[in-house]
Design a protein around this ligand. Structure first.
Ligand code: GUN
Length: 290
């Protein structure tokens, strides 16, 4: 059997269409008291090729849906205090609805990423990893929580293939406890039996082969091979690595494609959808402010 492709590019187009429709609807009868388009501020530190590309994608996609972006580019040596000052400035700017600091921050300087994430006002945190925002994701099944963009992407991908999570075993391969744990909770709230395994765990292959839905978030191209997956598994590849000029995922497609039922490819899977979902979150934050 040949795995079907989950086409992230096409699904991203659907999300973008929804955003356009909603922005038009919100502004149609002049009752929008903000009287302006949604504004997303992006802080970009240093000159990392991948980060520049991701930010360009967000800026260009935002233009297509009627969201204004404001990129604050600063030198890699700007330092923690300067970044915190910029965040404070944007927190207090009434015209800014959403803020993101493009990660990762440059290595070799003492940036404290956790402090930076926690400095963004929770109401403007588009990534949703501010401690105040991620706590209810990790601890509750409250409906109506604005999720981190990648979590929304995973749910949308599963919906697009009519995957009912009830009683499905989901394995998330992630080093990050906060990312993996919150994603596991999000999926458990929808009926799945979800667990997180670290990429270097001894029982990695055991955990991946039992998964009906496998979500690698590793950043090691080709780590997930055919012998590590269950027949008819759904694989959502969240790993994105630049490898000798090309973008690669965590899944070794060649050995997995005859066994899996669905695979989200890299490139063309989670990436374009995450851009669209970041803009959807921007719209959600704008709507709350409105
Ligand atoms: N770098 C790559 N993806 C992301 C993202 O979704 N948010 C932030 N802040 N940085 C990123």
């Amino acid at each position: 059997m040949n795995a079907k492709i989950i086409n992230g590019q096409a699904l991203a187009e659907d999300i973008k269409d929804e955003i356009v429709k909603e922005i038009l609807e919100l502004n149609k009868d002049n009752t929008n008291c903000l009287n302006r388009r949604p504004n997303l501020a992006i802080i970009l530190v240093g000159n990392n090729t991948d980060s520049n590309l991701y930010v360009d994608k967000k800026v260009n996609t935002a233009k297509l849906v009627g969201i204004d972006t404001h990129v604050y580019q600063c030198d890699k040596d700007s330092g923690q205090a300067k970044l915190l000052e910029m965040i404070d400035f944007l927190n207090n700017d009434q015209e800014i609805d959403a803020i993101m600091v493009q990660l990762p921050l440059p290595k070799g300087r003492d940036y404290d990423t956790d402090e930076i994430i926690a400095r963004v006002k929770p109401e403007k945190d588009v990534d949703r990893f501010h401690p105040v925002n991620i706590k209810p994701v990790k601890d509750t099944c409250d409906a109506g929580i604005i999720l981190p963009p990648v979590f929304g992407v995973i749910l949308e991908m599963l919906k697009s293939i009519d995957c009912d999570l009830e009683d499905k075993i989901v394995t998330i391969v992630s080093k990050s406890e906060i990312f993996g744990g919150s994603l596991a909770k999000t999926l458990s709230c929808r009926g799945a039996s979800a667990l997180v395994v670290k990429p270097d765990a001894e029982d990695l292959a055991e955990r991946t082969t039992e998964a009906d839905v496998l979500i690698p978030v590793i950043g090691k191209p080709g780590l997930i091979t055919g012998s590590m997956i269950k027949e008819d598994a759904i694989i959502i590849d969240v790993g994105i690595t630049r490898d000798m000029g090309s973008i690669k995922g965590d899944v070794d497609t060649e050995s997995c494609q005859d066994l899996a039922a669905y695979i989200s490819p890299v490139p063309g899977g989670v990436g374009p959808m995450t851009v669209a979902m970041t803009l959807k979150n921007t719209l959600e934050l704008y709507k709350i402010r409105k």
